[in-house]
Design a protein around this ligand. Structure first.
Ligand code: FE2
Ligand code: FE2
Length: 369
């Protein structure tokens, strides 16, 4: 794709080409029209950081320094990259939906993730000049299935519907955290983008959690196998919060671009600006544990319960990269760890077992009952 983008309409043409290229059949979403949607945002004034109390930045040129503008650009295209990445990951699942209800849920999720990507590109192209246009184009050039999306979670394979439900329950939950943190942004167009995106995100989380509940109610998927999918996706979800010590996160906060997940209820300023990622990750971990506790109520007595993998397990970002901790957070030798990975992440024999489960039409309970 060497096409140059002069206007948002030019970008739209590239977007339609991207849909075709990834094999997304647009006739399935009928006459749905993609659109950028803005609401009134959270507040006309900057809510935290060094510029607190000033009017929010309406235009990029209102932002005092080039350093700040570059950081903001980076924040927006990273968010956009996840949106397009997830549709690419989900693209093959339409043919294997457990029911028409689930197929419609997947289509809605895919359509809304594409709209989120569209929204981020609208902000980039409307406000960031040539560099925004370039990044908006690059967002349509990377591919999850070629491993070129910017964050590891969005290059992982989604092979089946257990992947899908675990992903929408826990990776879209990371999405909810990121969007909530950007909702209070000092850059007004970004803040005004987040309300409508968060509303759509709620449906993705519902799809994931209710899907996992229906799998447990169906009682056909061994809990031990489901646990492996939790191990796969949650460890990836922990990575999405970034490095434990992050000067970038500190800058984002000081400049008012990205707040805390609990920005509206937090009573004191952050204790350590460089540990903001770690704080957000621990709130995410706690929420994951609550969801898992709810799911566990559906597992009959005497069967193993689900649990969140330890935050030290299988990490690709932060201080535990390359460390050999078990799903329970126990240090292992290299050899022990390699053997451990084979037993706690989904492997070929799990896939074979699941293939026969999926042949049973009632492997999960009905979704629209
Ligand atoms: Fe999204
Ligand atoms: Fe989502």
């Amino acid at each position: 794709m060497a096409d140059k983008i002069a206007t948002f309409d030019d970008w739209k043409d590239l977007f339609y080409k991207w849909q075709k290229d990834i094999g997304f059949d647009t006739s399935l979403i009928k006459d749905y029209k993609f659109d950028a949607i803005y609401d009134e945002g959270t507040s006309p004034e900057i809510e935290f950081g060094e510029f607190k109390g000033r009017n929010k930045f309406e235009k990029v040129l209102d932002i005092p320094t080039q350093d700040m503008r570059d950081s903001l650009l980076h924040l927006i295209y990273y968010q956009g990259d996840t949106e397009f990445g997830s549709t690419e990951q989900q693209r093959k699942l339409l043919d294997t939906a457990p029911s028409e209800y689930d197929r419609q849920c997947l289509l809605r999720v895919m359509r809304e993730e594409q709209r989120h990507g569209w929204q981020m590109c609208h902000v980039l192209i409307s406000h960031f000049g040539d560099s925004g246009k370039l990044e908006a184009r690059k967002l349509l050039e990377r591919r999850a299935y070629e491993g070129t999306r910017l964050l590891g979670a969005f290059n992982k394979e989604m092979e089946n519907w257990i992947d899908f439900f675990t992903y929408t329950c826990f990776i879209d939950r990371d999405g909810k955290f990121q969007l909530t943190m950007l909702h209070h942004s000092s850059f007004a167009p970004l803040s005004r983008s987040m309300g409508p995106m968060l509303k759509e995100e709620a449906f993705h989380l519902f799809t994931g959690q209710s899907g996992l509940s229906r799998i447990l109610k169906g009682g056909k998927v061994p809990v031990e196998i489901l646990q492996k999918y939790l191990n796969k996706w949650l460890s990836t979800g922990y990575d999405l919060f970034g490095k434990d010590h992050s000067s970038a996160a500190a800058r984002f906060y000081r400049w008012g671009f990205k707040g805390r997940y609990d920005e509206t209820t937090a009573v004191a300023p952050p204790a350590d600006l460089e540990r903001m990622n770690e704080e957000a990750r621990s709130l995410y971990y706690n929420e994951d544990c609550q969801i898992i506790a709810t799911l566990n109520q559906l597992i009959p007595e005497g069967q193993p319960k689900l649990r969140a993998p330890d935050p030290k397990f299988n990490r690709q970002i932060g201080e535990y990269v390359g460390k050999t901790y078990s799903v329970d957070g126990q240090p292992l030798s290299n050899k022990e760890y390699q053997d451990h990975l084979k037993t706690v992440l989904p492997g070929p024999e799990d896939r074979t077992a699941l293939e026969s489960v999926f042949k049973d039409k009632n492997w999960m309970t009905a979704g629209n009952a």
